[in-house]
Design a binder for this molecule. Structure first.
Ligand code: UDP
Ligand code: MG
Length: 154
């Protein structure tokens, strides 16, 4: 099964939405493979947002991501990267569709509640960046046959 990385950004921590958002992921059937709280620093953010370091808004993004501790989470499921991105919605909360996490909890292009890996390749690198191997658990819920059909689990 595929794994993806989610970060509950300071906007989710400060506004108290961690529980509601985690509930959405669990309702969907995603499996928690790893979860911890941490304070991000400039080094890890420069790596994580390497594609944005030259943008004029990067210093603002840095301070927004360091404004409080965050919760990082590894979620597992069939096509988990795409499923979580669809649930996350467009980057800009004002353009994200209602029903998505950003569409329902954000009206900002920066303070947009969560990060979600954007490809399977990114997900692998991001999980390695934020978790050590022994922090990712290889468990499967016992009731998985009520989440997926047998051919979907092949
Ligand atoms: N961001 C921003 N201003 C912008 C574009 C992005 O502050 O004009 C921030 C925003 O918090 C976004 C993060 O930079 O979530 C990463 O940008 P990316 O383009 O990777 O969007 P995402 O994958 O998070 O949708
Ligand atoms: Mg991105």
């Amino acid at each position: 099964m595929e794994k993806t990385l989610v970060i509950f950004k300071p906007s989710a921590m400060e506004r108290g939405y961690v529980g509601q958002i985690l509930t959405r992921f669990q309702q969907k059937g995603l499996i928690i493979a790893g979860m911890k709280m941490m304070q991000l620093d400039e080094n890890i953010l420069r790596e994580h947002y390497a594609h944005l370091v030259d943008k004029s808004f990067f210093p603002l993004l840095l301070s927004a991501m360091m404004a409080s501790p965050v919760i990082v989470m590894c979620l597992k499921g069939k096509d988990a990267v795409n499923v979580v991105r669809l649930m996350t919605g467009a980057t800009n909360g004002r353009e994200a569709l209602p029903g998505t996490i950003r569409g329902d909890f954000s009206c900002s292009n920066q303070e947009n509640i969560i990060h979600a890996s954007s490809s399977a390749e990114d997900a692998k690198a991001e999980i390695k960046r934020f978790f050590s191997e022994n922090e990712i658990f290889d468990w499967m819920p016992q009731n998985l046959k009520f989440t997926y059909s047998s051919i979907e689990m092949e």
